[in-house]
Design a protein around this ligand. Structure first.
Ligand SMILES: [Zn+2]
Length: 270
């Protein structure tokens, strides 16, 4: 079998034996793939320390013997996303998005739309071109859309009433049904965890437009807080689990982690 090649994002790395690593990548052409990186932790020359999390690399790998893991043969850096390593908040967002991709993507199933989405948000996050929270909202919405779980934001998920005809300014979110619910369908009153109608409209705007248009809109602090809160509940509900990195991110957003603790908990997630 000839060597396989693809660009890929490094999602996870675990030590194997004395000097090797098993590295899981999300490749553009082959989807999620775990490769044996022989000598990765011993020889500086072997991969020159480039198998860092979140880095985009060009990879070459070959089939291992028998049913063993494929072997990483060559790796060269396309984009190291340096900006993600010097700011703990950015590290936490990148770790969370990569963990969602790690858990949701099936090995060997290419998902180029998810790959392009991940590269886009990591690149903007690293550059600081858009706010971390705007990128967080955009990533979650489009990740769910590509995977067929886009939240319903323009009408009640139970009775179909258009959002514009909802009474009041607070809108309830029905996690199970996957979208907004009018007051009558949501036990007669908006839930305490509801969000404003304005937030729902902005989430809808983000969901319906290309990522390249994100910079055209200003998001208020309320929209960012509510948008992040509802999506950080919505995505794990449909994924079926809350990732470790989301717990770190939530503590960070609430200011519960001091810089030293932040560093340690980040290391603990990988
Ligand atoms: Zn309804």
């Amino acid at each position: 079998m000839p060597p396989l090649r693809s660009s890929a994002v490094t999602l996870r790395s675990i030590a194997y034996g004395d000097s090797d690593s098993i590295v899981t990548f999300f490749s553009r052409d082959y989807g999620k793939v775990s490769l044996m990186a022989k000598g990765a932790r011993k020889s500086v020359k072997r991969f020159s320390g480039i198998l860092e999390l979140f880095s985009v690399l060009d990879l070459v790998w070959t089939q291992g013997r028998g049913k063993g893991l494929c072997i990483l043969q060559e790796a060269s850096v396309v984009n190291p996303f340096e900006g993600l390593r010097t700011d703990f908040s950015k590290t936490a967002y990148a770790a969370h998005w990569c963990e969602l991709v790690y858990h949701w993507m099936q090995a060997g199933h290419p998902q180029p739309a998810v790959y392009d989405l991940l590269i886009y948000v990591l690149d903007r996050l690293s550059e600081g071109a858009l706010s971390d929270e705007v990128l967080h909202i955009a990533f979650q919405l489009h990740f769910m859309r590509i995977n067929g779980f886009a939240p319903t934001l323009d009408h009640c998920v139970k009775c179909g009433k258009p959002l514009d005809r909802f009474k009041g300014t607070s809108v309830a979110f029905n996690m199970k049904k996957g979208g907004v619910a009018c007051a009558r369908c949501h036990a007669g009153a908006p839930a305490p965890g509801g969000v404003s109608k304005g937030t729902v409209k902005q989430l809808r705007w983000v969901l319906s437009r290309p990522l390249s248009t994100l910079s055209r809109v200003r998001f208020s602090g309320q929209v960012l807080e509510e948008g992040c809160r509802v999506l950080e509940a919505f995505v794990p509900y449909h994924l079926g689990r809350e990732t470790k990195s989301l717990k770190v991110l939530k503590h960070l957003q609430r200011g519960k982690i001091t810089p030293l603790k932040k560093l340690n908990s980040n290391r603990g997630t990988h």
